[in-house]
Design a protein. Structure first.
Length: 231
């Protein structure tokens, strides 16, 4: 495979994920996948023998964790999408079945005020409620079944988790000792955790350095626990 072909494949995978997941969600998928694979490989390292069999055991643990967590995240993504649409459908049905306009507006206000109370003035929220009422009164409730976009998003979630965590498996293929390979894998994971935290800071309105170090702290804590247990 040429470098041009590889770059094209990476570009296509990024554009696919960008179309179906927002930036914070993409970083979240990568972050949780990294934390999970770190915990799993450390646990597997507690019992892995110092032999080729130990390397194989750690490699399977890393790849298996990637696959399993990717499937879990993909499933949760679909369920979250369905839940969000169900909430919208419930709002539309409740407003349309309200006995009068005041009851409908009161229901809308109860739904939106917790989200907009710190961002809008009370009179603005009242206008917003009436605007929502005018739209919802004739809107059609969204489907609560699985849609094509749900499945695309699920595939994107799985792909991000799987591909982002693959670098941690490389040491188990290149190095001869399970302990050494595990340590190198741990270092790679911690560096990747810092990078994800650094990138995520812009969406959390936090310091990039602090966010990156916070992710590293989580990783080091997991490594420290494993060492204390004999890993």
């Amino acid at each position: 495979m040429t470098s041009g072909t590889l770059q094209t494949g990476q570009s296509l995978s990024r554009s696919f994920a960008e179309r179906h997941l927002d930036p914070a969600s993409r970083l979240g998928e990568i972050l949780f996948g990294l934390i999970m694979v770190l915990g799993v490989t450390l646990t597997a390292g507690l019992t892995a023998p110092e032999s080729d069999e130990g390397l194989w055991q750690l490699l399977l643990a890393a790849i298996g964790c990637n696959v399993a967590w990717g499937i879990i995240d993909a499933t949760m993504y679909v369920m979250n999408c369905m839940t969000e649409r169900a909430e919208k459908a419930r709002l539309i049905e409740a407003v349309q079945s309200a006995p009068d306009e005041r009851s409908a507006i009161d229901f809308i206000r109860k739904e939106i005020e917790p989200r907009f109370e710190t961002l809008t003035a009370r009179e603005d929220r009242e206008q917003l409620c009436r605007s929502i009422l005018r739209y919802v009164a004739h809107a059609e409730a969204p489907t609560t079944s699985v849609t094509k976009d749900d499945l695309y998003g699920a595939v994107a979630a799985f792909w991000l988790v799987f591909v982002a965590c693959l670098p941690v498996a490389v040491p188990f293929l290149l190095l001869s000792g399970p302990t050494q390979a595990l340590r190198v894998s741990n270092v790679l994971l911690i560096v990747m955790l810092f990078c994800v935290g650094h990138a995520w800071a812009q969406y959390a309105h936090a310091s990039r350095l602090v966010a990156g170090l916070a992710m590293v702290t989580i990783g080091l804590t997991l490594v420290g626990v494993a060492w204390l247990l004999g890993g």
